[in-house]
Design a protein around this ligand. Structure first.
Ligand code: ZN
Length: 444
């Protein structure tokens, strides 16, 4: 900018110097131009003649400039109209995105169609149109649009991502794998792609379709090991050879000691193969991280084969988490089975303090007043009550069994043992007539 301005100034100065030079030259050497043509004679001083030529030159330049401006008018008008349309289209786009996020896909779709008239061929619009189709459960319509995007050099990731979502909705895991792999080739560092690729691979493992995604480099070692453990767990279901299965379960337990269910199965297999001490060590390691009644059951199976659960056997394990609700239930149950009423009363007290359920308070009173009464009918309700379930942290899907993947939302390692307490007394239904009569008396 500075350079061109300097150049302009210099050329102006040069022109001025030249003009002054010419004027000076004419002043020093004045003269006349004599024209004699077709009988006409013109005598003109040379200064006037040059001034006339200069005026003609400037007039020409002015007219030329003006003419060019006139020629440009239609283009300027077109640009103005185009800008106006674009502004209108953009405000419609903002409205349609708002409708989409407000959960009004019908409105969004109408607005996007209107928008396309103002800004035809806009790539962003294709994406939002596909998204609104997907929100309207028009999977095929969305797929068509996403496929167009897949061939577009700048929209190909969004296209692959959209097609993956469609395949996922249709539970078509093979296609889902191909699309997420395409997305992975475009953005290998994306944590979303890595996570989804893991999930789909595990779903295919479940269908016995083996795929080996190139994930090792894009994941941390720890994450990759956990992923491999999840795959191993699925393979374990088909393993018939005890030794092979034990090796696999060992790897899983060592990588993910907080996975209660594989640990439980590992311990049972160790116990079956006369490695009781190892089994208990394994159970205790997991219990320390995440106490769970399965681990307690496994512990009792290792320690007291047969039907009676001995309290003394259980204590070394559950004393790690003395306030764990299910462990306390197990403790109460063992105390009942052993007819160890001295231990039962403090356990019931602890249960009531942990859970604040009226049943435990009533049981406590009953046990204190009738230490030698028939307890069998009171024991069962403790075990029967199942207010816990495996629940997906992400989508709250509930399942009776633990799994490495939530089949509803495909989140990995999301199942948590969750208290879903209905808080309804279940005890009364399980009592004999006399006990019920007694408890009603206590309560009133
Ligand atoms: Zn889920």
């Amino acid at each position: 900018m500075g350079f061109s301005k300097g150049l302009q100034l210099m050329s102006t100065i040069i022109v001025l110097i030249f003009l002054v030079g010419v004027i000076a030259f004419i002043a020093i050497y004045p003269g006349q131009i004599h024209i004699d043509w077709l009988g006409y004679t013109i005598d003109c001083p040379i200064g006037l003649c040059i001034a006339f030529l200069i005026i003609i030159f400037f007039m020409y330049a002015l007219i030329h400039k003006l003419w060019r401006k006139i020629l440009k008018i239609p283009i300027i008008y077109q640009k103005f109209i185009f800008k106006k349309q674009r502004d209108q289209g953009q405000s419609l786009l903002v409205d349609s995105i708002s409708a989409l996020f407000a959960g009004q896909p019908e409105e969004a779709k109408d607005l996007i169609h209107l928008c396309q008239e103002f800004i035809p061929g806009d790539s962003v619009l294709t994406h939002f149109l596909a998204q609104s189709a997907l929100s309207l459960d028009d999977v095929q319509g969305a797929e068509k649009l996403y496929r167009q995007m897949l061939n577009h050099p700048r929209l190909n990731f969004l296209g692959a991502q959209g097609l993956y979502q469609c395949a996922k909705l249709e539970k078509n895991w093979k296609d889902a794998y191909d699309y997420v792999l395409k997305a992975f080739s475009l953005r290998p560092d994306s944590p979303w792609v890595t996570k989804e690729l893991c999930s789909v691979t595990i779903m295919l493992d479940k269908m016995n379709v083996a795929k080996d995604p190139p994930l090792k480099k894009s994941m941390s070692k720890k994450d990759f090991d956990v992923f491999q453990s999840a795959r191993l767990w699925i393979q374990c279901h088909h393993m018939l050879d005890d030794q092979k299965k034990m090796d696999a379960l060992k790897t899983i337990h060592q990588t993910c000691p907080n996975w209660v269910v594989p640990t439980y199965h590992y311990a049972l297999l160790l116990e079956k193969n006369h490695k009781r001490d190892r089994a208990k060590k394994v159970l205790m390691a997991s219990y320390e991280l995440s106490p769970h009644r399965l681990l307690g059951h496994g512990w009792l199976k290792c320690d007291s084969p047969g039907d009676i659960h001995f309290l003394s056997a259980l204590m070394p394990l559950i004393s790690i988490h003395p306030k764990h609700f299910e462990s306390l239930l197990l403790q109460a149950q063992s105390a009942f089975e052993e007819k160890n009423f001295e231990q039962l009363i403090p356990t019931l007290k602890e249960l009531y303090e942990t859970n604040q359920k009226i049943e435990y308070l009533m049981l406590l009173e009953y046990a204190q007043k009738n230490p030698h009464a028939s307890m069998v009918n009171l024991v069962n309700p403790l075990e029967v009550e199942r207010s816990f379930a495996w629940q997906c942290e992400q989508c709250h899907h509930r399942s009776h069994h633990w799994d490495v993947i939530c089949e509803e939302c495909l989140t990995l390692y999301s199942f948590q043992w969750t208290d879903l307490s209905p808080r309804h007394p279940v005890l009364m239904n399980h009592m004999n007539h006399d006990d019920r009569h007694y408890l009603i008396g206590v309560n009133s």
